[in-house]
Design a protein around this ligand. Structure first.
Ligand SMILES: *Cc1c(COP(=O)(O)O)cnc(C)c1O
Length: 394
């Protein structure tokens, strides 16, 4: 067994995130017999809570034992027939991964270009839609917050692009990294399908993926001839829990989800978003301070596009991000994330979503400063001080 490390460890990956005690306690209960009405009530509470969190009254939630990639597969298999085309808005690593998976499933994929450091180019999306007069594109897939770049794209301009082009493609939004951190209103935005997972803003351990599907998308899925079973919304659309989950529900994760949703609504969704915005500002203030020494900079060029969930910090060539992460984790008990895909070795990332408060974020920032000091990385020494000033202002 690993030697015990005294005190708390600071988990600042942008998923999995810190799990609140209330959620751990809820998950510690024994599973139930499948006919137990408590299980039915728990599932109903999870579904209603997810609808409320997603800002939808009409869309049907489907919850899967799986992860975000599993939920991606769910919507490809239900919505897109083999050979049909999807337009994916370029956001970086996560749009690339989604494209790869969609192509691997035998669907045709077209991507709009991604400009490093920037959010989705809605004009490029609109051009691609206008260039498709025969409506071969069946869905537009967009990642709300790309966790690799730390950039959040506005979704309203993408709905507007579809409408302006008069294009009937479904709007599918990946809110895995933004849900519970930044505002998202599925119905108001005209999003047809939303996709999430348990281990980010929802403060649960990994293991659940979910989607919410509006009527238009349900109708398209009903006509889709693609062979499928485990993922199939037609089979899962049922009052029986055994059918809803195509077998035994992941009960303990659902108990945790019910507890996590209760925590979010107890705090108040607006308050949860405001807390995330403040903690993100504090991290950004620290990075601004660090950047004055010239070796570190924001990966996201436009301040307004920096996400409430995670900040990607670009490092000068020669700085070993993996060594920094290992030092921060092993010596100072602060876990941060590295770069993904094309950003490997070029950035480190600080997750600031989920069950966090000001002191936890300050602890993380100080731990990163300590690790950078040991490693001899040049950084402006007033990062933590700037974060404190930001938090003091509120
Ligand atoms: C984490 C993440 C995923 C993938 O989720 P997994 O649970 O790791 O499969 C998908 N999209 C976004 C935006 C994410 O942040």
């Amino acid at each position: 067994m690993d030697t015990r490390i005294p005190g708390r460890r600071f988990l600042h990956s942008p998923g999995p995130t810190h799990v609140p005690e209330e959620v751990l306690d809820a998950m510690r209960r024994q599973p139930m017999d499948m006919a137990d009405p408590r299980l039915t009530r728990c599932i109903a509470a999870c579904e209603a809570g997810l609808q409320r969190l997603l800002g939808t009254t009409g869309a049907k939630p489907f919850i899967y034992a799986g992860n975000g990639h599993g939920a991606w597969e769910v919507l490809v298999e239900n919505l897109i027939a083999p050979g049909e085309r999807v337009l994916i808005a370029g956001t970086g690593h996560f749009s690339d991964s989604w494209a790869l998976q969609t192509e691997a499933l035998g669907r045709s994929v077209q991507c709009t270009p991604w400009v490093e450091g920037r959010a989705i180019d809605a004009a490029a999306v609109e051009r691609a839609l206008r260039d498709d007069p025969e409506h071969q594109i069946k869905a537009l897939f967009v990642v709300h917050t790309d966790t690799a770049s730390g950039i959040t794209s506005e979704l309203a301009p993408l709905r507007a692009a579809l409408d302006a082009a008069g294009h009937p493609a479904l709007l599918v939004a990946d809110v895995v990294a933004s849900l519970g951190a930044a505002p998202f209103e599925m119905d108001a935005l005209g999003v047809n399908v939303a996709v999430g997972a348990s281990q980010k803003g929802l403060m649960l351990p990994p293991g659940l993926g979910f989607v919410a599907v509006d009527q238009a998308a349900m109708a398209i899925a009903a006509r889709n001839p693609a062979p499928r079973y485990y993922w199939d919304w037609r089979l899962r659309d049922s009052e029986l829990s055994y059918r809803k989950f195509c077998g035994t529900p992941p009960q303990n994760l659902l108990m945790g989800l019910e507890a996590a949703l209760a925590l979010i609504f107890q705090e108040g969704l607006d308050q949860v978003h405001a807390r995330h915005a403040l903690l993100a500002r504090a991290v950004h203030a620290a990075v601004e301070g660090w950047a004055t020494a010239g070796a570190l900079s924001f990966f996201a060029h436009v301040a307004e596009q920096r996400s409430a969930s995670v900040t990607a910090v670009q490092v000068a060539p020669g700085i070993d991000v993996d060594a920094l992460r290992a030092l921060a984790r092993e010596r100072f008990q602060v876990s941060i994330a590295g770069g993904l895909g094309p950003l490997t070795g070029r950035v480190f990332r600080i997750g600031h979503l989920g069950d966090l408060n000001a002191a936890m974020v300050l602890g993380c920032l100080a731990g990163v400063e300590a690790a950078m000091t040991v490693q001899g990385i040049p950084f402006g020494r007033d990062g933590v001080a700037r974060a404190v000033a930001c938090l003091a202002k509120g």
